[in-house]
Every structure is written in structure tokens, then in C-alpha cells.
Write a protein that binds this ligand. Structure first.
Ligand code: ASP
Length: 410
């Protein structure tokens, strides 16, 4: 008798997603209250968020401690940040181009009376910079303030490497702790298929398909834009790094499905970190690029900002000449840095851009109906963009090794 083959986790998550769609569609017909799905999905989000802070902190300390040369640390940081900026700006420009070409808002007349949305004030550059240095690193960890945790972890790792032999026990401790957190992430992900099922079922049941119909073109253009950006920008970068698209999609499917179903980059952070390393990215690069990118690099949100700005401008008949579109590219860079990896935060940050180019903020309320669907796409691209950066910078540093995965499985 042939031995039964066990389904891998990504396949189980895929099945969870399909069953989630079916359950979500069926729920209203059998009078099943969709609220029942909610706690099962939330449990998944809580589990993955539980491991994030210790995982990021320990892997980053261990990664930075293994770099004995400060100029390499600086080089990695500069290359990663440059890559983030370029991709985010390209993402917005691409979103605008998609909007210009396909006119998502043309012919759409949605009454905007009784719609309201809140304006937000972006933080100043000074505030952003001051926010990076924690006054109390334990408080930053308790609050999950990723930028402050990254800052403190890099400094700790670097100090450890300067101490050398004298602090070898502490370095070994962090190396071991990082391994433990990686293992814990793998354990937590075993619950992912159930979590994905519940999240998708809840979304489909509570949003319904009716909300989609008037805005179907916008959703279609957004998804097309995301797919094209992946094909035009990400895949060539991966190819250059020696990782083919197939290998990447297979090796990175867990974080992608987590991002798609939770709409939270933060929820996908731990499995991203583990997956890119398994694909061969360097620990010292990925432990820096993935958590940092998770907080500041949002290419999917950038595409969204481009497409939705054109959509809103068309609905309200506001002209968008080239110079205005160029200002959107720069504003979106700031807005996506300010976007945090939780559901819907891009929709709040887009008010910065609307205010800048004179689009009534009521546009946000119009998009809100389909924002969850747009969020699924943009979060997936956000998470993918960080992984591509980690792999690409590892390649630039000549520190990519496809056999790392096998070593980690042992
Ligand atoms: N939900 C997105 C993320 O977690 C952020 C956004 O709303 O654009 O990456």
C-alpha cells in the first residue's frame, strides 16, 4: 500500500483559504453568525504577534553580533534603505500610471453626502527621528515599537561584537535564543490553516459580494498593478540573486498567505524572517531588512496610494497634471513610512495625500467599502517587497547560500 503523503503547510493554508471563501459565502444562507469565525482568526493573529518581539530582537542581536566590521553594518543599512526608497517610489509611480491608463473612477457617480472621514496630521521628520531612540528599551518591547527595538538590538549586537571573547557567553545566549524563537515560529504556524480559514470566512461573510460590484474596476486595477509590479520589479531582482520565481513563491508561501488573510504585515513578520533565511538570505541582512521593511517599506500600499488617488480625483473631477502626480510620489513615500503593518492603516494614511492634492476626504469613505479586498493585495506585496530586499541585499553583499535552509531544518 502506498504511504500517504502529508500535505505541506502552504497547501493546508491554501485549502483553509478556499474553504474560508466557501464558508463565508454559505454563512448567510444557513443563518450562521459570522462572528463565530472571528475569535479563531484573532487567535492566529495573537499567536504570530506573540513571537514577533523576541524573534526580531534576538535574531537582530545575533545577526549584528556576527558582523565584526562596522563598515559592513553601515553598508547593509544604506543599501537596504536605498532599495526600500526606490521600490516605494516606483510602486506609487506605477499605481498612478495604472490609474492614468485604466481610469478606475471614470463613469462612477457615488453620492458623497453624509460621508465623512478623519484627517490626520503626519509626524514631522524631527519627531520620526527622535522616535527611533528608545528612552526605555523594555518599554519599547512591551509596546512592540519596532523601530526602537531595531535600534536597540543593532546597538546591542554591535557592542557584543566589540566585546569579543569577554562577552562570548552573552553572544552564545542570543544565538541560542534566536534558534528557539525560530523554532517557536514554526510551531505557531501550525495553527495557520485554521486561522486563515476563519479570517477569510469572516471577511467574505461580513463584506459580501454586493459591496464589491460598484468598485469592481478599482479592485481589478489594484490587483493587476500588484501582479505587474511583482513581475516587472521583484522577479528580476530575485533572478539576479539566484532565486527563481517558482522557488521564491514556494519558499515564501506561508508569509504571503498570512499577509493575504490577515491584512497585517506585522502578523507575517515572524514567518517572513524564517522563510527568507531558509531560502538562503544572510541572517545579518535579513534580521535587519525584514523587521525594518515591515515597519517602513510598503510597496503595496504605495501602489494603492497611486491607484486610489487617481480613482478619487476622477470621481470628484479633480485634474491631476504631471506635477501633482509627482508630488504624490514623494508624499506616498512619507505616507508609506508612516503606515503601520495592521489592517486598514494605509487607508488612514492616504488622507495625507488627499489633503495635499485637494481631494475631498469623503473619498476615503467611498473606498472603505472595498478596502479589505485592496488591503489583502497591498499587504501581500508589502511583505513580499521586504523579502525581495533582504535577498537582493544579501546577494549584493555576496552572502547568499541556498543550503542554509537545509541546515536550519536539522
Ligand atoms: N495592511 C497593510 C499592512 O499591514 C498596511 C496598509 O493598510 O496599507 O502592510
Amino acid at each position: 500500500m502506498a504511504a500517504k503523503r502529508k500535505l505541506g503547510l502552504p497547501a493546508q493554508m491554501g485549502i483553509g483559504m478556499v474553504l474560508g471563501v466557501i464558508a463565508g459565502l454559505a454563512a448567510p444562507y444557513i443563518n450562521f453568525d459570522a462572528q463565530w469565525f472571528k475569535p479563531f482568526g484573532q487567535l492566529f493573529i495573537n499567536l504570530v504577534r506573540m513571537v514577533v518581539v523576541p524573534l526580531v530582537f534576538t535574531t537582530l542581536v545575533a545577526g549584528a553580533a556576527s558582523v565584526s566590521d562596522i563598515s559592513r553594518l553601515g553598508r547593509v543599512a544604506v543599501k537596504t534603505l536605498l532599495f526600500f526608497c526606490i521600490c516605494t517610489m516606483l510602486g506609487t509611480a506605477f499605481g498612478l500610471l495604472m490609474g492614468d491608463l485604466f481610469h478606475p473612477g471614470m463613469g462612477l457617480t457615488i453620492p458623497s453626502e453624509n460621508l465623512a472621514s478623519k484627517d490626520i496630521t503626519p509626524p514631522t521628520l524631527g519627531q520620526v527621528l527622535m522616535n527611533i531612540v528608545p528612552i526605555n528599551p523594555f518599554d519599547s518591547m512591551a509596546k512592540g515599537n519596532m523601530l526602537q527595538i531595531i535600534f536597540f538590538a543593532v546597538l546591542t549586537g554591535f557592542s557584543l561584537s566589540l566585546c569579543g571573547e569577554r562577552a562570548i557567553a552573552v553572544t552564545t545566549f542570543f544565538n541560542g535564543f534566536a534558534e528557539v524563537m525560530i523554532r517557536m515560529t514554526t510551531i505557531v504556524m501550525l495553527y495557520a490553516p485554521v486561522g486563515v480559514f476563519a479570517l477569510i470566512a469572516f471577511t467574505v461573510a461580513s463584506q459580501g459580494l454586493g459591496v464589491l460590484l460598484p468598485l469592481v474596476k478599482l479592485v481589478g486595477i489594484m490587483y493587476l498593478g500588484c501582479i505587474l509590479l511583482v513581475l516587472i520589479l521583484y522577479f528580476p531582482c530575485l533572478k539576479y540573486s539566484g532565486i527563481g520565481p517558482k522557488k521564491f513563491l514556494k519558499g515564501f508561501s506561508e508569509p504571503l498567505m498570512t499577509a493575504f488573510s490577515t491584512c497585517s504585515s506585522a502578523a507575517a513578520l515572524s514567518s517572513s524572517l524564517v522563510s527568507v533565511e531558509k531560502m538562503g538570505a544572510s541572517r545579518s541582512v535579513s534580521s535587519f531588512a525584514i523587521p525594518l521593511g515591515n515597519t517602513i517599506n510598503m510597496d503595496g500600499t504605495a501602489i494603492y496610494m497611486g491607484v486610489v488617488t487617481i480613482f478619487a480625483a476622477e470621481i470628484f473631477g479633480i485634474p491631476m497634471p504631471f506635477d501633482k502626480q509627482l508630488s504624490v510620489v514623494f508624499m506616498a513615500l512619507l505616507a508609506s513610512v508612516g503606515t503601520i503593518g495592521v489592517p486598514g492603516s494605509g487607508m488612514i494614511m492616504i488622507t495625507m495625500i488627499f489633503t495635499q492634492v485637494g481631494i475631498p476626504l469623503e473619498a476615503v469613505a467611498i473606498v472603505a467599502g472595498v478596502d479589505r479586498l485592496l488591503d489583502m493585495a497591498r499587504t501581500t506585496v508589502n511583505v513580499m517587497g521586504d523579502a525581495v530586499a533582504a535577498i537582493f541585499v544579501s546577494k549584493l553583499e555576496n552572502d547568499i547560500d541556498p543550503n542554509r535552509g537545509a541546515a536550519m531544518e536539522e
